[in-house]
Ligand binder design. Structure first.
Ligand code: ACO
Length: 401
């Protein structure tokens, strides 16, 4: 039998921190987060200021290059992105193979990974460093690919990008314009989308970002690393929660609107049910993004004249949860996903696209973190374990088992 104590002597002691609740994986200059005080800053700029005053591509530039762009730098950045919004027609062949009801996050992850096949210099160290071009391509083509998913689900032809429009308006155009209709992007809708994307743009070492960094640490190319991040984001405990929230709120509404019943269900550990959009690994006071989004939900709905009854259900649920000892003692507050779906819905975005919207917002953060990891020249990410299986077994021939 293997002598575990001699193994320990060889490997040293290993710390177990399941879920990495208290383990830092890196140093980073990108995002500052204080969970106790509810503070979030990108490169030193407060999320409140950025969400209020900035443009999504300005924030993308800030995250990726480290400082807000000058007007001239911004124009060059936007021009580069605009030049790359079209997607290689051969990507359509991959896309066309998906069934009409495929979840858009599955498609997005596959297409992001497929991009490495179209740009093979992204994984060849010997070629000149085209990283900036790959970054531009990702930022430019991601919204185009996302709108393909929606168009497919509707049975509509895709819309090509309209490059005279800004980033958010172009996305809305590709989503909603029909050849027969003279669709005009509503600036109120575009501005609400801009705010949401900024709020999602980075959030230090969350599950999807850590995934991007871990995959990137093996020197995998940027497209594959981002594809892995999309897959991680899809889970209902992470970005997928925004879809779950709306589905939960609808269920509560259809069930008579009794929020207390659902709070009680979430408190019952045997129910397997959690209040989606509540709780956060780091925020133990409030999520500053949720605060901004809650106000934005009110503003956007009234500006667009939308009356969505689930907004009242959401507010009632929040109010009841914040009075409940279970939620108070565990410091469970609404997170970024709680009210975002209500805004997406008011903007006409269907539920199964909510997590894709999150991914479009998070893309600059993933890119910035991937770049930082590469520049830090970190060792490959390779966590350890403590083995708890059998020590050693004698092999028995199949016929004798
Ligand atoms: N509903 C009911 N109980 C909850 C909830 C919830 N939403 N969230 C946490 N709890 C309880 C847990 O059961 C646990 O209780 P216990 O101490 O009695 O065992 C306690 O609160 C602590 O929860 P953990 O799961 O240990 O907290 P963790 O930091 O691991 O998880 C998470 C954070 C995943 C966000 C969790 O709060 C959750 O599942 N929330 C619902 C899903 C969600 O909204 N995800 C989006 C997060 S934001 C984002 O990723 C963009």
């Amino acid at each position: 039998a293997i002598d575990i104590s001699s193994l320990r002597a060889k490997t040293g002691y290993i710390t177990i921190d399941e879920g990495f609740k208290n383990t830092g994986s890196t140093t980073s200059d990108i995002t500052f987060l204080d969970g106790e005080e509810g503070i979030l800053r990108y490169r030193g700029y407060s999320i409140e200021d950025l969400a209020d005053k900035a443009d999504f591509l300005e924030v993308a530039y800030l995250l990726i290059y480290g400082e807000l762009p000058t007007a001239a730098e911004y124009d060059v950045f936007v021009a580069k992105i605009t030049k790359h919004t079209m997607v290689n027609e051969d990507m359509r062949k991959i896309f066309d193979g998906f069934p009409v009801n495929a979840h858009p996050m599955g498609i997005m992850s596959a297409l992001a990974s497929a991009m490495s096949g179209f740009y093979p210099d992204s994984f060849d160290d010997k070629k000149p460093d085209n990283t900036e071009l790959h970054i531009i391509r990702l930022l430019a083509k991601f919204p185009t690919l996302a709108t393909w998913c929606y168009k497919k689900s509707q049975g509509h032809p895709i819309n090509y990008p309209k490059n005279e429009l800004d980033y958010c308006s172009n996305f809305l155009h590709m989503m909603f314009a029909l050849p027969v209709e003279n669709y005009k992007v509503d600036p109120k809708v575009s501005s609400a989308l801009n705010k949401l994307l900024i709020l999602h743009a980075d959030h230090e070492q969350n599950c999807s970002t850590s995934t991007v960094r871990l995959v990137g640490s093996s020197k995998a190319n940027i497209y594959s690393s981002i594809s892995a991040g999309i897959s991680a984001l899809w889970g209902p405990l992470h970005g997928g929660a925004n879809q779950e929230v709306i589905e939960m709120l609808e269920e509560i509404r259809n069930d008579g609107g009794d929020v207390q019943k659902y709070i009680d269900k979430a408190k019952d550990k045997n129910s397997g049910f959690r209040l989606f959009g509540f709780g956060h690994r780091v925020y133990k006071n409030f999520d500053p993004r949720a605060k901004i989004i809650k106000k934005a939900a009110d503003d956007v709905l009234s500006l667009l004249g939308v009356n969505d009854p689930v907004l009242e259900i959401a507010k009632g649920l929040e109010e009841a949860a914040l009075k409940d000892e279970y939620f108070v003692s565990r410091k469970l507050y609404p997170n970024v996903d709680f009210y975002s779906g209500i805004i997406y819905r008011a903007l006409g975005i269907p539920t199964n696209m909510f997590t894709v919207m999150f991914a479009i917002g998070r893309l600059p953060g993933w890119i910035a973190q991937w770049l930082e990891l590469r520049d830090q020249k970190q060792a490959i990410g390779r966590p350890r374990q403590i083995y708890t299986g059998p020590t050693i077994k004698d092999f028995v021939e199949k016929s004798k088992r």
